[in-house]
Design a protein around this ligand. Structure first.
Ligand code: NAD
Ligand code: MG
Length: 294
């Protein structure tokens, strides 16, 4: 029998120690280190034989999905930035430990030719592709719109909007009926913070592209869904995604008085890719600790 777990006391609560790492930040250097399911996620065979590409699979939510996918029987390619190799190595080791093939392909998704190359490499390494998670994202707080340079705005747009566009276009010819595409939206799509002017609009755009593409690809048998997390304890938040004042109280305003951990979202990604989720398309799955959806 599985004991009941009280969600309130399951994970660390604020106050958190103020901490800053230069972008993109490393999960294994955070305090506390996030839970990506390393010790806890138990798989069955829900994704046996699947081939998945996960961008930003080195840390945070993408890493939790990568670990869960491997334990469910999928082979996984993760993409990440070169600075994140040490986080990525930990994930690749866990994928191998689960008895699956894991491949790391570092590179910057703001580059269209790299996005194409990433998909081609992933298809070659995996021998095909049937799950794509466009998870990589960039978030940087700015008190005023006047503080956002064109270059900074461009980084957010390229990473969060252009990269999924380029990657999906490259992946589509390889996706057979039954395949799944998953995008990362956010509570920011519905209730944007005043200091996330650029980031918030990319998450609204993600919600929109998921719903549009679901209608376009449904007749081809390809499902497209999104996940909209609330505050989750990840490297994105401590590398400029939140102010230091907010890090201290991060997640305090949820129903459980704490942030989510990446591991708490992993099963959503499994469900969305699994054959049993076959009627779900164009849906946005929230996991925000009590608020966040319209
Ligand atoms: P994270 O920092 O652990 O993961 C984000 C990843 O994006 C990084 O590991 C990095 O590899 C990748 N990335 C960023 N810029 C890149 C670039 N130019 N090229 C290649 N890779 C790049 O943080 P996370 O919170 O797990 O973020 C994952 C997704 O979840 C993001 O899309 C984020 O917007 C979304 N999200 C997070 C939260 C949260 O509270 N943490 C809430 C809502 C949505
Ligand atoms: Mg990372």
């Amino acid at each position: 029998m599985k004991p009941l777990e009280d969600p309130r006391g399951k994970y660390p609560k604020p106050p958190f120690e103020r901490q800053f790492q230069p972008f993109p930040g490393l999960a294994h250097k955070m305090n506390p280190v996030p839970d990506h399911g390393e010790e806890t996620y138990v798989g069955t065979v829900r994704l046996k034989g699947r081939k998945a590409l996960i961008t930003g699979g080195d840390s945070g939510i993408g890493r939790a999905a990568a670990i869960a996918y491997a334990r469910e029987g999928a082979d996984v390619v993760i993409n990440f930035l070169p600075e994140e190799q040490s986080d990525a190595d930990q994930v690749l080791e866990l994928i191998e430990k689960a008895g699956q093939k894991g491949f790391g392909i570092p590179g910057d998704l703001r580059d269209e030719s790299f996005c194409k190359e990433l998909v081609e490499q992933a298809v070659k390494k995996l021998g095909g592709l049937d799950i794509l998670i466009n998870n990589a994202g960039h978030q940087k707080t700015n008190e005023s719109i006047l503080d956002i340079s064109t270059e900074a705005f461009d980084r957010t747009m390229k990473t969060n909007i252009y990269a999924p566009f380029w990657i999906i276009k490259a992946a589509l010819p390889h996706l057979k009926p039954g395949s799944s595409i998953i995008g990362l939206s956010s509570v920011q799509a519905y209730d944007p913070s005043e200091d996330l002017y650029d980031y918030a609009q990319t998450k609204a755009a993600t919600t929109s592209y998921v719903k549009s593409l679901a209608k376009q690809l449904g007749p081809k048998g390809i499902r497209v869904n999104g996940v909209a997390p609330g505050p989750v304890w990840t490297a994105l938040e401590i590398s400029g995604g939140q102010t230091q004042e907010n890090i201290e109280v991060f997640g305090e305003d949820t129903a459980f008085g704490r942030p989510g951990q990446p591991a708490e979202l992993a099963s959503i990604f499994v469900q969305l890719a699994d054959n049993t989720g076959s009627f779900a398309t164009g849906q946005i799955y929230g996991s925000a600790g009590g608020s966040g959806q319209p």
